[in-house]
Ligand binder design. Structure first.
Ligand SMILES: [Zn+2]
Length: 133
């Protein structure tokens, strides 16, 4: 079963939700219960409002050169600009700290954390009470 990412209008969080079928309509935010969820197709998809930020980054030749040469600090700066001060999770802050220090984060650890999180989501939906009435 696929896990999709949504942006919740209720609490403005990005949430990962296990969806049994793409046409499922009873998707609620696991954080606040809101039904107003926008499906995110990719973590790196560029919204229209991000276009200006993105162009600003591309016009920064120093930053672009850093990205092209896989400079972790350039990636940290890129992240900072793209998130525009939006709150990131504590585990993500750790990654940014690493990048700013010029170190690549442990990708395997990141993947393990991601799947751990996904596992928690599926556990939560499995715990939903089945009985009715
Ligand atoms: Zn919510």
């Amino acid at each position: 079963m696929p896990i999709y990412e949504y942006r919740c209008h209720g609490c403005h969080r990005r949430v990962s939700i296990l969806v049994r079928s793409p046409s499922e309509s009873s998707i609620t935010c696991p954080s606040c219960g809101s039904l107003e969820l926008n499906r995110l197709f990719s973590a790196f998809s560029i919204r229209k409002s991000d276009q200006a930020v993105y162009e600003g980054i591309l016009s920064d030749s120093h930053l672009v050169r850093g990205l092209e040469s896989d400079d972790p600090r350039a990636l940290a700066e890129w992240n900072k600009r793209m998130s525009r001060g939006e709150k990131v999770g504590p585990e993500y802050e750790e990654v940014l700290d690493n990048l700013e220090a010029g170190q690549w984060p442990d990708v395997h650890k990141l993947q393990a954390d991601y799947f751990k999180e996904a596992g928690e989501v599926s556990e939560k939906s499995a715990e939903e009470p089945a009985e009715e009435g």
